[in-house]
Structure formats: structure tokens, C-alpha cells
Design a binder for this molecule. Sequence first.
Ligand code: ATP
Length: 299
Amino acid sequence: MPNADSPPVFRARGLTKKYGRRGKLALDGVDLSIPPGRVIGLVGPNGAGKSTLLHLACGLIEPTAGSLTVLGSTPAANASHLARVGFVAQNTPVYGSFTVAEHLALGQKLNPAWDSALAQRRIRQVGLNPSQKAGHLSGGQRAQLALTIAAAKRPELLIFDEPAAALDPLARQGFLQNLMEFVRELGASAVLSSHLLGDIEQVCDYLIVLCDSQVQLAGDTRDLLAGHARLVAPRADFDRLPPSVEVISVEHSADHSSAIVRTGLTSGPLHPVSLEELVLAYMTRAAAGVEAANWEVAR
Ligand SMILES: Nc1ncnc2c1ncn2[C@@H]1O[C@H](COP(=O)(O)OP(=O)(O)OP(=O)(O)O)[C@@H](O)[C@H]1O
């Protein structure tokens, strides 16, 4: 269970990743410090760098520049640090020719803190047949097996890269419920990358919006929602906004404009924003920046 002295889950300083010498920057000078004990939603468009960040956090790849610590140490620095982090990769890969029981036996062999009772109980609860080959499991069952294996390590941090993307709504609901139960049971932190903003809204209390290789927004979801609003006003009023109001994205109609703003205002024509509106506003702003930069290059 994290306490006030626990190190940040992630601490990144100028974290940069470029694949190959001529490759595109997948992460570009990312700074982050995420407190422990949170369920963190990592969102952003295709190619934003989400998987890259998660792979760096698991020690599967190395940064090109800058630094990243996970739970206070270099990712995958040693066996004991590896045991503190559970990772469920995109498409929840499993060994197709191994049975469910063989996966659990392998997990036990490889992980000193393996919680066999937890693994057996969860397998029973989600109705997995121990003698079934993993290659014959449905996407939802495979995701449940991968989640069980990650959790039975009793990690301090669970990392999920779009774990529920292929699941139908019912299976996804079950998966997310299990994920939250594990987080509570283990007293763990979790990072979850997803395009499904409804899922993020349901389970995450911390949000990172990553676009174009950079963090656009990060913070406790409640604070972020409280610190932003939709402002609907005549177009001319937008020229007279106080400096404390930052327009994130704006749509104009003939006589009115509607904007998502980061606001110090407490009154006026303001409306609360949803998590989806907030994320879309930052993604729209980042996309407009990329478009403008590409246009400059093309000129
Ligand atoms: N192994 C690799 N070699 C070369 N380029 C890569 C590699 N992996 C990722 N990239 C590039 O790095 C950038 C970031 O990719 P990444 O997979 O981290 O994005 P993502 O946000 O996870 O995307 P998605 O939502 O589509 O999964 C992309 O431009 C991608 O093409």
C-alpha cells in the first residue's frame, strides 16, 4: 500500500524516444511525475506514443535521451523491480499451446511472490477451464488470463496497454471490474492506455493526454474537470477574455462561439465539461498545431 513517502509511479524528465536514426520521435522531451495509488488513464490518438511510454516503463525498450523512473527505480533494473510491475500488453498475448493451468505453473516458477491462491480463485471466478489450451480461448477469456497472471505476481504497479480493445461491451465491463478489484485487493497503482474514453472515465482517477509525442495534459481527473469549462459567448467576447482564461479549443457559429477553456473564472456563461470533451479539446488543439507546422514545412 503506498504511503506519503512512496516514490512517484512514473517520474520522467526530458524523456525522449526515437526509433532508429531516421525514425520519427515517438516521445519528445516528456516530463511527468505521477503520485502513487492512482488508476491512471493514458489517452491520445494513434501513434501518439502511448505504447512507447508503457514499453519504456516496463524496460522493454530504452530511452534515446532523458530519464524515467518507475516506482523510484530504473525500469526492469533487476529481478526484484521486475516483480514489482505487472504488464498486460496490447492484444493480451498468451502461449497458444499452453493450457490455462500451465500458464499459472509458469507464472509460479518465474515469480517469487506468486500468489497461487489468488490465481486459482480468479480462474474459478471468471470460469476458465484449467485444462483448456490458451490458443482456444476467446479474446475476453485471454484478457482475463493475462490479467490474472499479472495480478498473481502481486505487483505494486499494473500496466495495461489497450487491454480491453477487442472485447465486447459485456466482457469489457467484466474485465474492468476485475481490474479494479485487483487494484483494490493488491493496494496497487495502475496505468491503462485506451481509446475508450468511457472506460477511462469509469475507472481512472488520473488522466494523461499524450498527443504528437508530448504530454498535453496530466493531473487528477477531478481537478482537471473542475479547472476547465465550456464557455458559450458572442464571438467578440472572446477577444476580451481575462488573461487567466486559456482557450483550449473553440468552435465558431454565425454569432456565438463555444470553447473549452482552462479557467480561473468562477462565474459567467460557463458549463461543466465531460472527460470526453476535455480530452477531445486537447487532442484537437494538438492536431491543429501539427497541421500548422506541416503547412509551414510545405511552404
Ligand atoms: N518498433 C518501432 N519502430 C519504428 N517506429 C515505431 C516503432 N514502434 C512505434 N513506432 C512509431 O512511434 C510512434 C509512436 O507509436 P506508439 O505505438 O507508441 O503509439 P500509440 O500511441 O501507442 O499508438 P496506437 O494508439 O495506434 O497504439 C509512431 O509514429 C509509430 O509509428
